[in-house]
Design a protein around this ligand. Structure first.
Ligand code: FPP
Length: 259
């Protein structure tokens, strides 16, 4: 959002008390959940998929417009081979088993992240998930897979630099709006609320650009235990926040104009 647009929004729509349009979730704590129970980490990830299903159902019921989930980061490839294979297998199963239900529920699936270098079967699956649901008008489920925000930003910078080099873009025309339009999320509103489970309090290369004005809620619950009540509590906390986008809220503005 440009400076003037964000100021405009701050004046007209301070958002206080309104539900988030876009919720993004860093689903963290699968491994710890399993370890605490003496189970293999894979079991934690399996239960994580169940928690994801609950989150999607809740998002539909709560009429949230966009739900973005961090399913596999560009850095997750550094995990042990078996764990990476398990996570890829779970993504495979999730799309195979749940796509029909998501489609029946009018959910549109979007995938963000680097596609190049993915195994052909995974790449094909991602295309299928998007194309089957392309005309749906309900919840947009954005799955961040092989995603890294710094990589996304660097790729956008490379594309803009190329256009400048070719004389198709003037250097002075590169502003925040122009840059944002170059990102994979250019048709998705910025997340209003970012939830991270497991008590960790960091972004871990997730939506760095898009999170400029997001509210953060960090929950102690481990992801496999995330349920509707936890989701609602995070939204309730968000709804008490005073979003100012660097401007003033409506009460502050009326005080200012009265003085
Ligand atoms: C973090 O837990 C979670 C992940 C790295 C992956 C999230 C994946 C799922 C919820 C399941 C698969 C998703 C899809 C879309 C099929 P962690 O392993 O880092 O937990 P820890 O910090 O406790 O070790």
């Amino acid at each position: 959002m440009s400076g003037s647009a964000s100021k405009d929004r701050a004046i007209r729509d301070p958002d206080t008390g309104s539900a988030p349009r876009h919720v993004a979730i860093i689903m963290d704590g699968n491994g710890r959940w399993a370890t605490q129970r003496g189970l293999p980490r894979l079991e934690g990830h399996r239960r994580g998929v169940e928690a994801l299903r609950r989150a999607v159902r809740a998002a539909i019921d709560l009429k949230i417009g966009y739900l973005t989930v961090y399913s596999f980061s560009a850095e997750n490839w550094t995990r042990p081979f078996d764990e990476v294979q398990s996570l890829l297998g779970l993504l495979h199963l999730f799309i195979r088993n749940d796509l029909a239900e998501l489609n029946a529920n009018n959910v549109r699936v979007r995938i963000i992240g680097e596609r190049q270098g993915l195994a052909p079967d995974i790449a094909q699956l991602l295309i299928e998930a998007e194309s089957v649901t392309i005309n749906n008008t309900g919840l947009v489920l954005v799955v961040a897979f092989n995603y890294g925000a710094r990589q996304e930003i660097a790729a956008a910078a490379r594309r803009l630099a190329q256009r400048v080099k070719e004389g198709k873009l003037h250097l002075d025309d590169i502003d925040a709006d122009c840059f944002g339009a170059e990102l994979e999320t250019n048709d998705i509103p910025d997340p209003d609320l970012i939830i991270r489970t497991s008590g960790e309090q960091r972004l871990s290369n997730f939506l760095l650009w898009q999170a400029a004005y997001s509210e953060f809620v960090f929950l102690p619950v481990l992801w496999p235990d995330f349920d509707r009540a936890a989701f609602i509590s995070a939204i309730a906390e968000y709804m008490h926040r005073d979003r100012r986008y660097g401007g003033l809220t409506a009460p502050q503005l009326s005080k200012k104009s009265a003085s």
